[in-house]
Design a protein. Structure first.
Ligand SMILES: [Zn+2]
Ligand SMILES: [Zn+2]
Length: 260
């Protein structure tokens, strides 16, 4: 399993980050992508990837909730040269919160789309109450390789995203008792789905409301297997190969070759 969206750099793991990563490995998580949300956290993700075992990667970017007064975002471009950087973001639009205006958010999103395309990196897209606008911005450019993380849209949104070549990130909500995500998932091509925890947020059932961690990816995999009517091994095979296509590299390979 690859956890394609985690925030293991955050202070929630200050006291037990090493043990948490060990639990992830023991649970079968072979690669973790830590996602930057601003300049400071993007640098933290890079530090972690540099120090950790071969299975930690980073993305660099600015979250839409932090887009107020963003400036030129040249720092993102500069940080993408690091060899452990596999993506730009998380970026996107979040109209649920108003910490940054829509104009500020769109400007930051636009700039990150441009950097991701030019540097041939994967775009990590966060969407909350802004599905139409995100889709129309992405439909206006050609050829963006990216993931709509923690996909919460409708089947129609999913189809439009898939038409654009996007992958869909499936996380903790798919395990919730009343979730409609399992039904939706059953109708989505199996080669376009990747797993994610978004930890420390969005812990799956039965840990809902508490701190999430990459080891809980097993619970998400279980719900995906149920929804598709396949074995958990088959979910591993499908989602690992989707993650390799999404990031244009096998994120589990370096962990394997280092014997970890
Ligand atoms: Zn997000
Ligand atoms: Zn996130």
């Amino acid at each position: 399993m690859i956890d394609t969206h985690a925030h293991m750099n955050l202070a929630e793991y200050e006291d037990d980050r090493g043990e948490t990563l060990e639990r992830a490995r023991a649970a079968g998580v072979r690669g973790i992508v830590n996602i930057g949300i601003d300049e400071a956290t993007s640098r933290e993700c890079l530090d972690l990837a540099g120090k950790g075992a071969g299975d930690l990667y980073a993305t660099v970017g600015l979250h839409p909730n932090s887009a107020a007064g963003a400036g030129d975002l040249n720092w993102i471009e500069a940080l993408t040269d690091h060899p452990r950087v596999v993506g730009v973001g998380e970026t996107g639009l979040d109209f649920y919160r108003d910490r940054a205006t829509p104009v500020e958010q769109e400007r930051a999103f636009d700039r990150q789309i441009e950097i991701a395309r030019r540097k041939e990196l994967t775009l990590i897209v966060h969407v909350r109450e802004a599905e139409e606008r995100v889709l129309s911005m992405l439909e206006a450019v050609e050829g963006v390789l990216g993931v709509w993380h923690c996909f919460s849209g409708t089947l129609d949104h999913a189809r439009r995203a898939l038409d654009l070549g996007l992958f869909l990130g499936i996380g903790g909500p798919v395990t919730f008792k009343r979730s409609d995500r399992r039904e939706l998932l059953a109708q989505i091509p199996r080669d376009r789905v990747v797993l994610e925890t978004d930890c420390p947020f969005l812990a799956p059932h039965p840990h809902r409301g508490r701190r999430n961690e990459p080891a809980y990816l097993r619970l998400i995999r279980e719900s995906v297997a149920e929804s598709w009517g396949v074995s958990e091994e088959e979910v591993d095979r499908l989602t690992d190969s989707a993650a390799t296509a999404l990031f244009r590299r096998d994120l589990a390979s370096s962990a394997e070759s280092s014997g970890g």
